[in-house]
Ligand binder design. Structure first.
Ligand code: UTP
Length: 269
């Protein structure tokens, strides 16, 4: 089945990036004049996604405004001889909808908001604070793997031992160069991580995940963790990890955000 729907959860508080995230969602952090989430929507569309649901919260209306047309501004540019700037207002071509997560109860809970939108189809998830500097879209790589295996596929990358405690980490059996069958998955292991393969912010999931999201209790940090639902799903369904290519930047980390700005500035001029 073709993967044509995606959920982009953007309702978190962005506590690591305070105080700016008190007023500016981290998904709107600028990168060469465009907000981070613009690049993630672009990646989804370039990977074949046609319908996108962005999960927002009360103070994230700026994201909704960004993807809407601004008729006033368009009229202003037209009337003031600045028509050449109209193209700067264009956003990636997809059908984009929004839903509010009333309280930031975790990534798993944000995804639950998308259950009626997904309607029993396999779907993609893209975390808008994880950006990849890569021509071969990370999501496209996962979609190809999903089509081959007809099972959920999670993006993973090798991460230094000392940093694994910040990620979901998989225990795996290698299938081919980049593909791994997941045997177990642990959220933020504080000791003895089961491998050096950490979950990064791209997923293609079987819709059964919603059944498990409903069943699980709050986990690490008191949040409904997608990792815990995946762990339950593993008991009945195969799930794979695919080592996506490309440099990843977590814009919730000041260092990564700065490095990405430098890289994009050099690349785009
Ligand atoms: P993160 O954990 O990286 O984002 O979630 P956060 O919670 O906003 O940031 P910190 O850790 O406090 O700095 C990954 C993505 O999931 C969304 C976030 O907006 C982010 O894009 N998210 C997280 C939700 O939509 N809802 C939640 O309840 C939690």
């Amino acid at each position: 089945m073709k993967i044509k729907k995606a959920i982009i959860p953007a309702a978190g508080y962005g506590t690591r990036s305070l105080p700016i995230t008190k007023v500016l969602p981290k998904e709107m952090f600028p990168i060469n004049g465009k907000p981070a989430i613009h690049y993630v929507v672009e990646e989804a569309v370039a990977s074949g996604i046609e319908e996108i649901l962005i999960v927002v919260s009360r103070n994230k209306n700026m994201i909704i405004d960004y993807f809407d047309r601004s008729l006033e501004l368009e009229a202003f540019l037209t009337e003031t001889n600045k028509k050449h700037l109209l193209e700067k207002l264009s956003v990636p071509k997809a059908h984009i909808q929004f839903v509010r997560q009333p309280y930031a109860r975790g990534l798993g809970n944000a995804l639950e908001m998308g259950m009626p939108f997904i309607n029993d189809e396999p779907f993609a998830v893209l975390l808008p604070d994880d950006l990849f500097f890569e021509k071969k879209q990370s999501l496209k790589q996962l979609i190809k793997a999903y089509e081959k295996k007809n099972s959920s596929v999670i993006g993973v990358q090798q991460v230094k031992q000392e940093l694994l405690k910040n990620y979901g980490v998989i225990k795996e059996k290698k299938v081919s160069a980049r593909l791994h069958e997941i045997v177990d998955i642990v959220e933020k292991p504080q000791s003895d991580p089961p491998s050096n393969l950490a979950v990064v912010g791209r997923y293609v999931l079987h819709p059964d995940i919603f059944t498990f999201l409903k069943k699980i209790k709050p986990g690490v940090g008191g949040e409904i963790q997608l990792t815990d639902a995946l762990k339950e799903m593993l008991k009945v369904r195969k799930c794979f990890g695919y080592e996506v290519t490309g440099e990843r930047y977590d814009i919730g980390s000041n260092k990564d955000y700065f490095e990405l700005l430098k890289k994009m500035y050099i690349a785009e001029g």
